[in-house]
Design a protein around this ligand. Sequence first.
Ligand code: NCD
Length: 361
Amino acid sequence: MRSLISIFDLSVPEIDGLIKTAEDIIENPDKYAEKCKRKKLATLFYEPSTRTRLSFEAAMLELGGSVLGFSEANSSSAAKGESVADTAKVISCYADIIAMRHPKEGAPQVAAENADIPVINAGDGGHNHPTQTLTDLLTIHREKGRLGGFTIGFCGDLRYGRTVHSLIEALSRYENINVILISPTELRLPSNLKKKYLTEGSYRETKSLEEALPELDILYMTRIQQERFSDFDEYLKLKDSYCLNTEKLNAAKKELTIMHPLPRVNEISVGVDKDPRACYFKQALNGKYIRMALILKLLEEAENDREYHPAADFIIDNLLTCDNSKCITSIEQEIQHKFRLTDAENGVYRCVYCERQSKKN
Ligand code: NCD
């Protein structure tokens, strides 16, 4: 049985397959209307969401299945102190598949280790958001007809924006992609992601949207992630860093594709919505179709294989602890700390749940 926690849980051919299924669903929705009859999706959302939760729910309903769940931690037993592991075990008794969003990084991984049904990560803290990435890849495929051979600019909060992190990881597996990282210094892409997923010469960093805009085939705008700042004054200082408006767009290519995972706050002015290059509402619709394809795939696989297959490449080391205060292991003491050795020479390990680096002395 397989879950989707990181975009790397899917191979490139599998992603191609999901895009193909999603495009077939768009063409032939009736063919899929009863595919998930009597199946139930549980949406466990410990953090606010509009698109992700409702597109998951709409996806399951359009497949003929049903949905149950909660949309805030306060209305679940988390408010009484129940662990993610116990919640996952309990929900396995009532549903066939789980979509989970959680403010702590690695929480959906903990759920996957404990559930008897597939778990889909619907966003974990500032870490990953693989189904938004599938949405983005479907959108790029539909708009550009390909998943490589373009210049893409990521603009805004590249430090905390999990959709940016997951999409950059995904794009590292495709050919001929130039990346321009547009952000204030304080909100730059974390250096471990740059090192791991971007090659020298294939990317550059700038603070200026105006300077980068004329080069771009795709512009991926993002919101400054207020809820992830520990210092509110810093958020106030940075919140108005970018605003794309119709005037700025005069300098952009005619075939530019403007994307945004949404919600937007003020980083794209409403006037841009009428521009044919604006794609973000289409992108939100694509999210429903790709989630239909994903639910179908994971449920079909689970029919044939009900076992959980843990990755074998980690170690449990009681001398190492993850020092990321946003990691699920920082609040749930029962979880064993697991690490992957990523640099044997320098004794560098990464937490299996949040991927934060630790060093053994
Ligand atoms: C994003 C998220 O939750 O990370 N939204 C979404 O899922 N469509 C982006 C955001 O909240 O800024």
